[in-house]
Design a protein around this ligand. Structure first.
Ligand SMILES: C[S@@+](CC[C@H](N)C(=O)[O-])C[C@H]1O[C@@H](n2cnc3c(N)ncnc32)[C@H](O)[C@@H]1O
Length: 247
């Protein structure tokens, strides 16, 4: 019924008027049920494996790296990062006086501290000016204990820069020390951090939108999207959540 009215209406309108009605915000452009054109997305497996690494750059890294770039002034002094110090060096540069790389198990190249972030009792407290935890908490079952340890390890005034996966991510398998446990809603993550950090020293933000979430799920990369698409943030549908927490 609705499509008949639409066809009839379309005949009466000029191309300019149709153009106005086709703006995404207007109801008339919503495809009717069963008429959605899924195109390349009409499939039940991702288009590519590898989180978009082979298609420019992973979409989630667009937000993670923008967040670190925007907070680069915090990456200074003695800095701790998990798995490698690539972001410490890229964004901290000359401001970093000592770079430490933490891993939960020994043997990973570049590791300077072997510790499980849920306890890390052998690592002295008040030790770091900055702790960078990108995409780490989702791999720790007792992530609240890891937040507590992060607070303990920071020097007073030190800053934790943290990112976690929100509604969507890709899990292709679990092996070795890679265990994927959690996704967060922004409100829950904020509450988790408020248990350890003061509200005025905490900022939790959401990044991404339904298109970038979908692209990430399909294994597409940032090269598959337009800049303005990546830069549109819909708080109801984030891909990544970021936390800046000051001790
Ligand atoms: C998805 S990777 C992220 C690595 C890196 N930060 C990045 O941005 O690509 C998650 C990392 O968390 C580490 N990890 C898992 N459980 C941990 C724990 N209990 N304590 C410390 N690190 C842990 C893993 O070893 C792995 O290196």
């Amino acid at each position: 019924m609705f499509s008949r009215v639409k066809r009839w209406l379309w005949r009466l309108l000029t191309p300019t008027q149709i153009g106005i009605l086709q703006r995404p915000s207007l109801l008339l452009t919503k495809p009717t049920i069963g008429q959605v054109n899924f195109g390349d997305l009409r499939r039940t497996t991702p288009i590519a494996a590898g989180w978009g690494l082979d298609r420019g750059h992973p979409v989630d890294r667009y937000y993670i790296e923008n967040f670190l770039a925007a907070n680069r002034q915090d990456i200074r002094g003695r800095v701790l990062e998990v798995e490698s110090n690539r972001y410490t060096l890229r964004y901290g540069g000359d401001q970093v006086t000592q770079s430490e790389v933490l891993m939960p198990v020994a043997g990973h190249p570049g590791t300077t501290i072997v510790a499980d972030l849920t306890s890390a009792d052998h690592v002295p407290g008040d030790s770091f000016d900055c702790i960078i935890l990108t995409q780490v908490l989702q791999n720790i079952y007792d992530y609240r204990a890891a937040i507590q340890t992060t607070k303990r390890l920071l020097r007073p005034g030190g800053v934790a820069l943290i990112t976690v996966a929100a509604m969507a991510s890709l899990v292709y398998g679990e092996d070795g020390d890679f265990h994927d446990y959690w996704r967060w809603m922004r409100l829950a993550l904020e509450k988790d951090f408020l248990a350890f950090f003061e509200a005025q020293k905490l900022k939790v933000e959401a990044w991404g939108n339904v298109l970038t979430v979908t692209a990430f799920l399909y294994g597409l990369g940032s090269g598959d999207l337009k800049r303005e698409e990546l830069d549109t943030n819909d708080p109801n549908c984030p891909l990544i959540l970021t936390v800046r927490a000051v001790k």
